[in-house]
Design a protein around this ligand. Structure first.
Ligand code: GRF
Length: 189
Protein backbone atom coordinates (compact mmCIF):
# COMPACT_ATOMS: atom_id res chain seq x y z
CA UNK A 1 0.00 0.00 0.00
CA UNK A 2 1.38 3.43 -0.87
CA UNK A 3 1.82 5.99 1.84
CA UNK A 4 -0.44 9.03 2.16
CA UNK A 5 1.50 12.06 1.02
CA UNK A 6 1.04 15.09 3.27
CA UNK A 7 2.09 18.73 3.06
CA UNK A 8 2.65 20.82 6.16
CA UNK A 9 2.01 24.56 5.98
CA UNK A 10 3.76 26.64 8.66
CA UNK A 11 4.80 30.26 9.17
CA UNK A 12 7.13 30.26 12.14
CA UNK A 13 9.25 28.19 14.47
CA UNK A 14 8.08 24.86 13.16
CA UNK A 15 8.30 22.77 16.31
CA UNK A 16 5.12 20.96 15.30
CA UNK A 17 6.30 20.56 11.73
CA UNK A 18 9.58 19.02 12.91
CA UNK A 19 7.76 16.77 15.34
CA UNK A 20 5.40 15.53 12.62
CA UNK A 21 8.20 14.91 10.11
CA UNK A 22 10.19 12.93 12.68
CA UNK A 23 7.14 10.98 13.80
CA UNK A 24 6.40 9.76 10.27
CA UNK A 25 10.01 9.28 9.14
CA UNK A 26 9.75 5.51 9.36
CA UNK A 27 5.99 5.27 8.90
CA UNK A 28 4.38 2.82 6.50
CA UNK A 29 1.25 4.92 6.20
CA UNK A 30 2.28 8.59 6.00
CA UNK A 31 5.01 10.47 4.15
CA UNK A 32 5.76 14.19 4.55
CA UNK A 33 6.35 15.29 0.95
CA UNK A 34 6.36 19.04 1.22
CA UNK A 35 6.63 21.93 3.66
CA UNK A 36 5.16 25.25 2.56
CA UNK A 37 5.75 28.59 4.26
CA UNK A 38 4.70 32.14 3.51
CA UNK A 39 7.90 33.49 5.10
CA UNK A 40 11.27 32.98 3.47
CA UNK A 41 13.10 33.40 6.80
CA UNK A 42 10.85 31.17 8.87
CA UNK A 43 12.93 28.76 11.00
CA UNK A 44 10.58 25.96 9.96
CA UNK A 45 12.23 25.91 6.53
CA UNK A 46 15.66 24.98 7.86
CA UNK A 47 14.18 22.37 10.14
CA UNK A 48 12.37 20.71 7.24
CA UNK A 49 15.38 20.88 4.91
CA UNK A 50 17.65 19.33 7.53
CA UNK A 51 15.21 16.45 7.74
CA UNK A 52 15.30 16.02 3.97
CA UNK A 53 11.86 17.42 3.17
CA UNK A 54 11.36 19.69 0.16
CA UNK A 55 10.32 23.24 1.06
CA UNK A 56 8.51 25.93 -0.89
CA UNK A 57 7.96 29.59 -0.05
CA UNK A 58 4.86 31.28 -1.43
CA UNK A 59 4.01 34.94 -1.19
CA UNK A 60 0.46 36.18 -0.69
CA UNK A 61 -0.28 36.47 -4.41
CA UNK A 62 1.02 32.96 -5.09
CA UNK A 63 -0.91 31.46 -2.21
CA UNK A 64 -4.09 32.95 -3.60
CA UNK A 65 -3.38 31.82 -7.17
CA UNK A 66 -4.96 28.51 -8.07
CA UNK A 67 -2.62 28.17 -11.05
CA UNK A 68 0.37 28.28 -8.70
CA UNK A 69 -0.84 26.27 -5.73
CA UNK A 70 -2.72 23.39 -7.33
CA UNK A 71 0.08 22.35 -9.73
CA UNK A 72 2.55 22.56 -6.83
CA UNK A 73 0.41 20.31 -4.66
CA UNK A 74 -0.16 17.93 -7.57
CA UNK A 75 3.58 17.77 -8.31
CA UNK A 76 4.15 16.36 -4.83
CA UNK A 77 1.01 14.24 -5.01
CA UNK A 78 -0.28 15.94 -1.86
CA UNK A 79 -3.34 14.14 -0.58
CA UNK A 80 -3.69 15.76 2.83
CA UNK A 81 -2.69 19.15 4.26
CA UNK A 82 -1.70 19.94 7.83
CA UNK A 83 -1.74 23.58 8.94
CA UNK A 84 0.70 23.87 11.84
CA UNK A 85 1.01 27.51 12.74
CA UNK A 86 0.26 28.83 9.26
CA UNK A 87 -0.95 32.40 9.58
CA UNK A 88 -2.46 33.45 6.21
CA UNK A 89 -6.07 32.66 5.42
CA UNK A 90 -6.33 29.63 3.13
CA UNK A 91 -7.97 30.53 -0.21
CA UNK A 92 -11.36 29.00 -0.97
CA UNK A 93 -10.10 26.97 -3.94
CA UNK A 94 -7.79 25.05 -1.59
CA UNK A 95 -10.45 24.67 1.10
CA UNK A 96 -12.76 23.18 -1.53
CA UNK A 97 -10.12 20.99 -3.18
CA UNK A 98 -9.08 19.58 0.22
CA UNK A 99 -12.52 19.30 1.78
CA UNK A 100 -12.07 17.00 4.79
CA UNK A 101 -8.45 16.56 3.75
CA UNK A 102 -7.04 19.67 5.48
CA UNK A 103 -6.70 20.14 9.23
CA UNK A 104 -5.59 22.98 11.46
CA UNK A 105 -4.00 23.01 14.89
CA UNK A 106 -5.30 25.70 17.23
CA UNK A 107 -3.78 26.39 20.66
CA UNK A 108 -7.01 26.67 22.66
CA UNK A 109 -10.13 24.72 23.41
CA UNK A 110 -12.24 25.95 20.49
CA UNK A 111 -14.72 27.51 20.20
CA UNK A 112 -13.12 29.47 23.01
CA UNK A 113 -10.36 31.88 21.97
CA UNK A 114 -10.65 31.29 18.24
CA UNK A 115 -11.27 33.46 15.21
CA UNK A 116 -9.52 36.36 13.57
CA UNK A 117 -6.53 37.72 15.50
CA UNK A 118 -6.48 34.73 17.83
CA UNK A 119 -3.14 33.11 17.13
CA UNK A 120 0.07 32.37 19.01
CA UNK A 121 0.59 34.40 22.12
CA UNK A 122 -2.64 36.36 21.69
CA UNK A 123 -4.51 33.17 22.50
CA UNK A 124 -2.57 32.40 25.67
CA UNK A 125 -2.81 36.01 26.87
CA UNK A 126 -6.59 35.93 26.37
CA UNK A 127 -6.80 32.64 28.29
CA UNK A 128 -4.86 34.26 31.14
CA UNK A 129 -6.98 37.42 31.10
CA UNK A 130 -10.17 35.35 31.24
CA UNK A 131 -8.91 33.49 34.32
CA UNK A 132 -9.49 30.09 32.72
CA UNK A 133 -8.92 27.02 34.87
CA UNK A 134 -7.96 24.91 31.87
CA UNK A 135 -6.77 25.26 28.31
CA UNK A 136 -5.73 22.91 25.58
CA UNK A 137 -5.31 22.22 21.89
CA UNK A 138 -7.83 21.63 19.15
CA UNK A 139 -7.45 19.88 15.82
CA UNK A 140 -10.24 20.76 13.40
CA UNK A 141 -11.18 20.51 9.75
CA UNK A 142 -10.46 23.61 7.70
CA UNK A 143 -13.55 25.33 6.29
CA UNK A 144 -14.11 28.86 4.98
CA UNK A 145 -14.89 29.97 8.55
CA UNK A 146 -11.70 30.87 10.45
CA UNK A 147 -11.24 28.29 13.27
CA UNK A 148 -14.84 27.23 12.66
CA UNK A 149 -14.59 23.75 11.11
CA UNK A 150 -15.79 20.63 12.90
CA UNK A 151 -13.58 19.57 15.78
CA UNK A 152 -11.63 16.34 15.32
CA UNK A 153 -9.81 16.15 18.66
CA UNK A 154 -9.15 18.20 21.76
CA UNK A 155 -6.68 17.68 24.58
CA UNK A 156 -6.75 19.72 27.77
CA UNK A 157 -4.49 20.70 30.63
CA UNK A 158 -5.17 22.29 33.99
CA UNK A 159 -4.01 25.81 34.78
CA UNK A 160 -3.17 27.36 38.11
CA UNK A 161 -3.93 31.01 38.95
CA UNK A 162 -0.16 31.68 39.09
CA UNK A 163 0.44 30.58 35.52
CA UNK A 164 1.66 33.39 33.27
CA UNK A 165 0.77 33.51 29.58
CA UNK A 166 4.19 31.93 28.94
CA UNK A 167 3.44 29.11 31.38
CA UNK A 168 0.10 28.55 29.68
CA UNK A 169 1.81 28.46 26.28
CA UNK A 170 4.35 25.92 27.56
CA UNK A 171 1.67 23.63 28.99
CA UNK A 172 -0.36 23.79 25.80
CA UNK A 173 2.73 23.22 23.66
CA UNK A 174 3.46 20.00 25.54
CA UNK A 175 0.05 18.73 24.46
CA UNK A 176 0.82 19.57 20.83
CA UNK A 177 4.10 17.64 20.93
CA UNK A 178 2.45 14.65 22.55
CA UNK A 179 -0.76 14.40 20.56
CA UNK A 180 -0.75 16.12 17.17
CA UNK A 181 1.14 13.48 15.15
CA UNK A 182 -1.04 10.73 16.64
CA UNK A 183 -4.21 12.53 15.59
CA UNK A 184 -2.86 12.77 12.03
CA UNK A 185 -1.92 9.10 12.07
CA UNK A 186 -5.36 8.07 13.26
CA UNK A 187 -7.03 10.13 10.56
CA UNK A 188 -4.86 8.65 7.83
CA UNK A 189 -4.64 5.00 8.79
C1 GRF B 1 1.22 26.27 17.67
O1 GRF B 1 1.02 26.66 18.99
C2 GRF B 1 -0.10 26.06 17.00
O2 GRF B 1 -1.09 25.68 17.88
C3 GRF B 1 -0.41 27.40 16.44
O3 GRF B 1 0.83 27.95 16.08
C4 GRF B 1 1.86 27.37 16.87
C5 GRF B 1 2.93 26.88 15.95
O4 GRF B 1 4.10 26.61 16.63
N1 GRF B 1 -1.37 27.31 15.40
P1 GRF B 1 5.32 25.93 15.88
O5 GRF B 1 5.68 26.81 14.70
O6 GRF B 1 4.87 24.57 15.46
O7 GRF B 1 6.44 25.87 16.88
Amino acid sequence: MSRVSIAIFASGTGSNCENIIRYFQSSNTVCTSLVVSNKSDAPVLDKARRLGVTTKVVNKAELNDEQVMMPMLREYNVQFIVLAGFLPIIPDFMVNAFDHRMINLHPSLLPKFGGKGMWGHHVHEAVKAAGEKETGMTVHWVTPVCDGGDIIAQFRCQLSPDDTADDIAAKEHQLEMRHFPEVIEQLLS
